[in-house]
Structures are given as C-alpha cells and as structure tokens.
Design a protein around this ligand. Structure first.
Ligand code: TRP
Length: 452
C-alpha cells in the first residue's frame, strides 16, 4: 500500500492492480487458519451460510464505504475523517483503527510464527507418512506449548515484518506475492480435490455444507460478522488507504465485489480441505480451536503422493501470505507516527514492532507455554475483544459517518464517478444506513450473554 511508486503517481496502475493488492491484504491467516476454526467451533454449515450472507449484505457495503471515503479524500484514515468533518471527533475512528491494528497484530504474528515453525518441521521431515491424528494432535500440542519455539518463531516473524516496513520495500514484496499467491491458490484447490477423494470425506462435506438451523444463536452471528470484517480487512480504515489510490474512472462497486469474491473463495476452499480430511481420518474434533488447521493439514500431506514436498510448499506460501498481512497491519500505526508525529519510518517501525512483540508474548504463552496465560486463554480474549468487538464497532462508526454525517448523497456521487449507472445504489444506502448498523448494534447488545 505504501509502495513508493504509488505515492508518487498517486494511483494504482489499473483496476486489476487494485483488486490484486486489496486481495493480498484480505487473504491471509483469516481465510486459511481462522475461517475453518470458527466454522468448526460453531457447528459447521450454518456458520458458512451466515458468513456468506454477512459478506454479501454487510461486508461488501462496508468495503465500498471505506473505498469511497478513501477515493474522495485521497488521504489515510485519520486524515480522511478530518478532511470531511474538520474539528470533529470523527478522526477518532483513525486512532481506534491504530489501536486495533496493533492488538490484532500481536497475536496474528504468533500464529504466523506457528506457520513458520510448521514450515521448518515439514521441510525437515517431521511429518512422515504414517501420520495419525493422535500423533498430529500430540505434535501440535507439544509445539504450541513450548515457550522457546513459539516465542522464537514469533520473534522471527515480527522481525521480518518490522524490517520490511522500516525499509519501506513493500513494492518488491508485492511483485513477488503477485506470483506466489496464485500458486497458493492452485495448491489449495489441488488439496481440496485430494481431500474430497479421501474415503469417508462425505461426512465432512455434510458437516460443512448441510446447515442445521437449530444451531442459530447470537454468538454464531457475532462470530460470523467479526470473521467477515477481519477476513476482508475492514473496520479499521485499511481500505480507506487502498481507496485513496483508486482512479476516478474505476468502478468501485465491481472492484469491491471482486475482492469480496476472491477472499470468500479462498476461505471456502480452505474449509473443503479441512473438514473432509478431519472426518475421513477421525481423532481430531472440529472444535479443536486455534490448533485445528495445524493438526489436520499434516494428515492430508501424509496421505497424498509427494506429501512432504506439498506440505513444505504449502507452509511456505502460507507463511508468506501471513507476512503480507502482518506488513499491512504494522503499516497502519507506522504510517500514523510517520505522517502525524514526524517520526522517521525506521524509528516508528522499530518502536511499534517492539511494542507489538511485548504485547504478543502472553498470547504466545497461552497455548500451554505458561499456566496462567493458558488458563485465562489470553489469545482467545485478545481475539474476542479486538476482532469480534472492535472491528464491528469500527465498521458501525464508518456506517454512521457515511450514512448520517457525510450523507449517502455525497457518497453516492463519489461512486457514480466510474460507475454512472450504479444499480445497487438503493440497496447500498439501505445497508449502510439501516441494515449494517442495526445488525451490528443488536449483536453488540447481546454481547454480555455471548461472552459468558
Ligand atoms: N484480512 C487479513 C486476513 O484475513 C488480516 C488483515 C490484514 C486485516 N490487514 C487487516 C484485518 C486490516 C483487519 C484489518 O488474514
């Protein structure tokens, strides 16, 4: 996003360039690690259905809202709200986003570290053929409870992230990810097909795709909505920044639509890998939580020809996908300190990186590394507060700002540039003014019962 060329030219090279870059931010651990985890914890197919509805009816509208604010103001989030409503408190949405970004980054990078650890394990042959679910479960439990390994890999990932952000060399990284991410996509489809071919896969598909409506609950809807915002990189203004580089002649509606589509597609296929495998090789519960994909993936790699190679490649690309997201998360606070507090990029990256590392240590120790943090489930708490609560609150504020402060008329005007027909206009207005804020408010109202 802070690609030097972009700043100088002030625009993406093309609409495709935007869709690629925004999909790069959106696709990450959220799709491959977290989506199957929350599907498993919330009973399967019904969650998938509610999730898709949340993306289509709310996530897409909020993404369009953020892009519109960005393209209209041509500014970063804090600056954008100041520009539209000078002297008001709306700029706080920007600060809120900075806090949320740092807190999410602190445990997100711990998981990215798990992926790096698994890369080393697969590459050095820890997951040989003959892997059973008991063994895979044991390997993950031992790995995630080892303070030395988890903190070490966490340190590696936060150091790489800090280094890249401090040098501002994201341009090169983005060129690489343009090649690597399509490879990851092909690999995911291949693994999904292999998973479907496992004997006993059908039960997994039933769990994943046949909804049981009796499972509907406030908790399920909250988690689906939080996951949608998280996976689409919404609720903290990242898409405002991305939008600020979009050309006036581009169609914002279809751009947002493509990003939502790609992001959901990857998450969907990740589920097709995990659930058929999980039911075909029983022993791991769908409710396994943060360890779910790390326990299930070694099973499929042990079942297919060339599994060790595929496993290594998968965890390599998975780690890179995670890194592109940690970079975009660290960029939020760093850009703030550079632009608004005149820190050097170097100083901002090092100090924020260090802060995030300290903040992440309890999360790294909360999967068995230290009894206290494990008992209070520190990582789970961080995830609940910042992802399931703060992202929806951020999205709510953006809807209210657009719908009632800046006004849908002005916002629609901005969309019309590049999309003179804008057929979804009435639907979008309805979603931003009523559907999305009311849905988020209802969910926040029930939060007390949910967190108990
Ligand atoms: N969407 C990314 C994922 O799915 C995570 C992410 C990157 C993010 N940047 C963000 C989430 C900004 C919210 C806001 O892994």
């Amino acid at each position: 996003m802070e690609n030097q060329d972009l700043i100088q030219r002030g625009a993406w090279g093309s609409k495709v360039a935007f869709v690629f870059a925004a999909s790069g931010s959106a696709i990450g651990l959220g799709n491959i690690w977290r989506f199957p985890m929350v599907v498993g914890q919330n009973g399967g197919a019904l969650f998938v259905l509610v999730y898709i509805l949340a993306v289509a009816l709310i996530g897409f509208s909020v993404m369009l809202a953020e892009l519109v604010i960005g393209r209209y103001t041509k500014k970063n989030p804090a600056g954008a709200f100041k520009f539209i409503k000078p002297g008001s408190l709306w700029k706080l949405i920007g600060y809120f986003g900075i806090l949320t970004a740092m807190c999410i980054l602190s445990y997100y990078t711990v998981i990215a570290g798990w992926s790096a650890g698994y890369l080393v394990k697969t590459a050095t042959g820890s997951f040989k053929t003959g892997m059973t679910s008991e063994l895979s479960d044991k390997l993950f439990t031992e790995f995630s409870a080892d303070p030395l390994q988890t903190i070490l890999f966490f340190l590696v990932m936060i150091t790489i992230t800090t280094f890249i952000v401090s040098k501002g060399i994201k341009g090169g990284i983005e060129r690489w990810t343009k090649i690597l991410m399509p490879i990851l996509f092909i690999l995911i489809i291949y693994l999904a097909i292999r998973a479907l071919m496992l004997p006993g896969a059908k039960q997994g598909i039933t769990f994943y795709l046949k909804p049981d409506f009796s499972l509907l609950s406030g908790k399920l809807v909250l988690f689906a909505l939080g996951q949608a915002f998280f996976s689409l990189s919404l609720g903290m203004g990242i898409m405002v920044t991305y939008g600020s580089y979009i050309s006036k002649s581009d169609n914002l509606v279809s751009s947002a639509g493509w990003v939502c589509f790609f992001d959901t597609l990857i998450a969907f296929f990740a589920g097709i890998i995990i659930f058929p495998t999980l039911f075909a090789i029983p022993g791991i519960a769908p409710t396994a939580g943060p360890g779910l994909v790390f326990k299930v993936l070694p099973l499929i790699f042990s079942k297919i020809p060339g599994g060790a190679l595929f496993g290594t490649l998968f965890f390599l690309l998975f780690s890179i996908a995670a890194l592109t997201s940690t970079i975009s998360l660290l960029e939020v606070p760093v850009a703030y300190f550079v632009d608004e507090r005149s820190w050097s990029r170097y100083k901002a990256a090092i100090l924020v990186g260090l802060f995030v590392f300290c903040l992440g240590i309890p999360s790294a120790l909360s999967s068995g590394g230290m009894a206290f943090f494990t008992k209070i489930d520190f990582m789970g708490k961080m995830d609940f507060i910042f992802l399931s609560l703060f992202l929806p609150i951020g999205a709510l504020l953006i809807c209210v700002f657009l719908g009632y402060v800046w006004g849908m008329k002005n916002a629609t005007q901005e969309v019309l540039s590049g999309n003179p027909l804008f057929k979804l206009r009435a639907l979008w207005s309805f979603s931003i003014k009523f559907l999305s804020p009311i849905a988020i408010l209802i969910i926040l109202y029930f939060i007390k019962t949910i967190s108990e």
